[in-house]
Design a protein around this ligand. Structure first.
Ligand code: HEM
Length: 525
């Protein structure tokens, strides 16, 4: 009986084991009832088994099923298809060119045609897997991402940002630092407290830089908007309000950020070397500023809540640790960078796109605020159409065309194995610029976010990312953009002078002519 049981189990798997257990000697010798119930089933199964083996087509079917299973198991051991190209260089030059010139969609499409939706390339000397959209995007950005992926940037970007920047950290270190910054600066409730400061800054800026100009003056919008967003962030983070200091600091900052894109060659004549020098200068400037504030706080000349720097010098993180000067430098530098180039670019692009469609411009000007009346948080969250416009600007020109990560562990995706240490990449180019997901993707149509809601699946449009690394400044950015547009539209009308201006990506979008516009002041009677 034992050998019968063994054969049956081997032939039919675990489902039969229950049956065979019932055939144990004790059962037969005991009541005998199990034996009587089970015997007809046993005969039936044995007959099917014999027939299956003797009949050719059933055997073929069984072999085919086993074969599919084996192939699946085999495929799951394979890394994604693709080409790693030449050592070190790999596909870096083609990729950088596609990123810089906004042709990343053609780059990705070509690879997908050749290798399928999940493929590998070699970028900056590392194997990098491009994940599919939208499944791969969801996989990479969902909350569980912290378990199996960590933030990654090319070495030269990480070097310019500093090892203590949020983007360079991962695990608990990242979480504790991020919570400290959110709680004290970027959480929605804290951002609401800045509304009046932001509004005052916007009004001052428009009065000084735009309304002071003659009608018909031509200005480079990107330059002026950069001055605005830089002076706002440096005031709120560092408490710098002296115009000369701001202009000087801004120049060094731009020298630093120019090295984020391009060849990371630290030799005379190369941008990267100039950017490293600028980074050193910023660190020195910030260190002096931080030490002076430490003294001012001790002497009672500064308030512990006047700006983020004061707050961070007076507040420990959740582990009771006060950030050191080096940690503060990297943290504040990244917040200043992330907090101004992004918003300046989005505002500039919006000024061009809004004027492409007179109906959008007219709708945006609607509003029930009287001139001079201050904005409340309810007003801001009620500006749904203005936010749609900004979402559409960010769909056409996402701040970041790609989001990178590194695999913390070996894992499987789409039937492939992705080894620990490999780099991962997603791009919104193969979702929010794809007609499969977004109708007429090249068209500026803010109403798509309401009208096409059903057609646009989730994980198509993610301008601020998602998951544990989602942009911590998204509410800050939203409030800043809404306040600026509200006041600008009521005071200034403008004509776009280069309608199809090219945008290059120097990490962030960069309109090549800095968006020249001709302005007319709006007179309120
Ligand atoms: C329109 C404006 C902005 C856009 C579109 C934007 C977008 C993004 C994106 C896509 C990421 C990467 C997320 C990821 O890796 O998954 C990011 C990260 C980040 N952003 Fe923003 N951002 C904006 C404004 C801001 C502002 C105003 C601040 C600060 C005041 C800020 C600070 C940061 C920081 C510190 C990170 C790194 C977060 C981390 O690694 O945990 N950003 N942002």
């Amino acid at each position: 009986m034992d050998s019968v049981r063994k054969n049956l189990v081997a032939a039919f798997g675990s489902s039969i084991s229950t049956l065979s257990r019932a055939l144990s000697e004790e059962d037969i010798e005991g009541s005998g009832s199990s034996y009587r119930i089970v015997l007809p089933w046993l005969v039936l199964l044995a007959t099917i088994f014999t027939l299956a083996l003797s009949s050719g087509w059933i055997r073929k079917l069984a072999v085919a099923v086993l074969d599919i299973g084996a192939k699946r198991r085999e495929k799951s051991k394979e890394v994604p298809p693709g080409s790693l190209g030449l050592p070190m260089v790999g596909d870096s030059l083609r990729y950088v060119n596609a990123y810089y010139n906004m042709t990343i969609k053609s780059y990705v499409d070509e690879k997908i045609r050749k290798y399928g939706p999940v493929f590998k390339v070699s970028l900056m000397g590392k194997p990098m897997v491009f994940l599919d959209a939208p499944a791969g995007t969801k996989f990479l950005l969902s909350y569980n991402d912290v378990k199996w992926s960590k933030g990654w940037w090319p070495k030269h970007v990480a070097r310019l940002m500093g090892k203590n920047a949020l983007s360079a950290q991962y695990g608990d270190e990242h979480l504790v630092h991020r919570n400290l910054v959110m709680k004290n600066f970027l959480d929605i409730d804290v951002v609401h407290q800045y509304i009046s400061t932001m509004e005052k800054k916007v009004v001052e800026h428009i009065d000084k830089y735009w309304l002071a100009l003659e009608d018909g003056s031509e200005v480079k919008a990107f330059k002026l908007l950069n001055v605005f967003s830089f002076s706002l962030i440096t005031q709120l983070i560092l408490g710098i309000s002296n115009e000369k200091d701001i202009i000087e600091f801004n120049e060094v900052f731009h020298e630093m950020s120019a090295g984020l894109m391009g060849l990371p060659v630290n030799l005379p004549g190369f941008q990267f070397r100039r950017s490293l020098r600028a980074k050193k200068l910023i660190d020195q400037m910030l260190t002096v500023h931080i030490e002076k504030r430490r003294q001012d706080l001790k002497a009672g000349r500064a308030s512990p809540t006047q700006d983020l720097l004061s707050v961070l010098l007076s507040t420990p993180n959740s582990e009771g640790h006060f950030l050191t000067s080096d940690e503060l430098c990297d943290s504040l530098l990244q917040l200043t960078f992330g907090g101004h180039d992004t918003t300046a670019a989005m505002l500039t692009l919006s000024l061009r796109l809004i004027k492409e469609d007179p109906a959008v411009y007219e709708e945006l000007k609607q509003g029930n605020k009287k001139p001079g009346e201050l904005l409340t948080k309810e007003d801001l969250w009620g500006m749904k159409y203005t936010w749609r416009v900004m979402q559409e600007v960010m769909r056409l020109y996402p701040a970041m065309l790609v989001i990178f990560r590194e695999a913390r562990i070996t894992f499987e995706h789409h039937g492939y194995t992705i080894p620990q240490g490999w780099k991962l990449c997603i791009t919104s180019a193969n979702s929010s610029w794809d007609p499969k997901f977004c109708e007429d993707p090249e068209k500026f149509r803010p109403s798509r976010f309401d009208e096409d809601k059903e057609k646009m699946p989730p994980w198509i449009h993610f301008p601020f990312g998602a998951g544990h690394r989602m942009c911590p400044g998204k509410d800050f950015a939203k409030v800043e953009l809404l306040i600026f547009l509200h006041h600008f539209l009521r005071k200034i009308d403008w004509t776009v002078l280069v309608p199809n201006e090219k945008v290059e990506y120097k990490m962030l979008p960069n309109p090549v002519n800095a968006t020249p516009i001709k302005i007319t002041k709006i007179r309120i009677h």
